[in-house]
Design a protein around this ligand. Structure first.
Ligand code: NAD
Ligand code: LMR
Length: 328
């Protein structure tokens, strides 16, 4: 017998990430090739956005995806999030050339307060929320704080793109296959302050740190390349990353829902005080996932260099949280 459909809400559904994301969700790449889905799509009421959403829906229909059990178009979050099991909060104002992420904070804070409240009111009590829209960690924090009746642990932010970028850089540096890299993580904020950490990573059982053995490359090439990759893509394309962001969103939700088979993945999740990160701050951590739950990998040694990097990205996140305090 086929499974009961689950409800997947996606905001910003007519945007560029939406266009790279929806077809993969509908084809079963996110929740499995046996899991029917109902897409509940949210766009702003603006006529242009709603028309664009109609066009995307026509294309989804034309794919005749066997797993696509329904499609809804909405302009009101309380309708879009009704009974939703998964919510991918993509819709936000993207950063343009020369704009800093911090500039986006005020513009986006209002969106995530409203959407957090709507999730609180109408979503499934087990809803799994992934915030992609920037500044992703702080937007997730705002949504979480605006939804006091839902478990805080169900609000996550996307650090998976940074994780995937770090893996790709390490594969290029070592000449090894990206799929063989294990136990990599990215700590902190989805911003240039993030700390991509390969100290525990292995490739076919061998230590990546020993293989590379070059702290100057780590500090002066690897970290800036991964940290500023989003800006490099904006400078090159004139638009922020979309296909790679959608791919990371699929990876994040798939692993959360279906399990990581004991492997580490990076998720931005509210801290419970792990590694000295104050409780509630939505921080990139190494996690493993099983049975629909994630677990922060604990007990890792944090050396002086790593502590300095973690302190810097934490300070930025605390500054962002301070900046939105009055809205919560
Ligand atoms: P886009 O401008 O192409 O699309 C965003 C869409 O969201 C638009 O169609 C817009 O109408 C819609 N939208 C805006 N406010 C909304 C609201 N309140 N409710 C519903 N829809 C709303 O942008 P994009 O390229 O798809 O990027 C979306 C967001 O993702 C941006 O904030 C971008 O910075 C962020 N992003 C995050 C990561 C990450 O790794 N976390 C990576 C890439 C991009
Ligand atoms: C990215 O990392 O590609 C995005 O977050 C774009 C940005 O605004 O940096």
């Amino acid at each position: 017998m086929s499974k009961k459909p689950v409800r997947v809400a996606v905001t910003g559904a007519a945007g560029q990430i939406g266009y790279a994301l929806l077809f993969r969700i509908a084809s079963g790449e996110m929740l499995g090739k046996d899991q029917p889905v109902i897409l509940q799509l949210l766009e702003i009421p603006d006529e242009r956005a709603q028309n664009a959403l109609k066009g995307v829906i026509m294309e989804l229909e034309d794919c005749a995806f066997p797993l696509l059990a329904g499609i809804e178009a909405h302009s009101n979050p309380e309708e879009a999030f009704k009974d939703t099991d998964y919510a991918l909060l993509v819709g936000a104002r993207p950063r343009g050339p020369g704009m800093e992420r911090a500039d986006l904070l005020a513009a986006n804070a209002a969106i995530f307060t409203v959407q957090g409240k709507a999730l609180n009111k109408v979503a499934s009590r087990n809803v799994k929320v992934l915030v992609v829209g920037n500044p992703a960690n702080t937007n997730a924090y705002i949504a979480m704080k605006s939804a006091p009746d839902l478990p805080a642990k169900n609000f996550t932010a996307m650090l998976r793109l940074d994780h995937n970028r770090a893996a790709s850089q390490i594969a290029a540096k070592t000449g090894k296959a990206v799929g063989d890299i294990k136990s990599l993580t990215v700590w902190g904020n989805h911003s240039p302050t993030m700390y991509a950490d390969y100290r525990f990573a292995t490739i076919n059982g061998e230590s990546v740190k020993d293989m590379i053995n070059d702290q100057v490359w780590n500090a002066e090439v690897f970290l800036p390349t991964v940290g500023k990759r989003g800006a490099a893509i904006i400078a090159a394309r004139g638009l922020s990353s979309a296909a790679s962001a959608a791919n990371a969103a699929i990876d994040h939700m798939r692993d959360w829902a279906l399990g990581s088979n004991g492997e580490w993945v990076t998720m931005g999740v509210p801290s419970n005080g792990e590694y000295g990160i104050p409780a509630g701050i939505v921080f990139g951590f190494p996690v493993t996932t099983e049975n629909g739950e994630y677990k922060i990998v604990e007990g890792l040694e944090i050396d002086a260099f790593s502590q300095e990097c973690i302190n810097k990205t934490l300070a930025e996140l605390q500054g962002e949280a301070d900046g939105v305090k009055h809205l919560l």
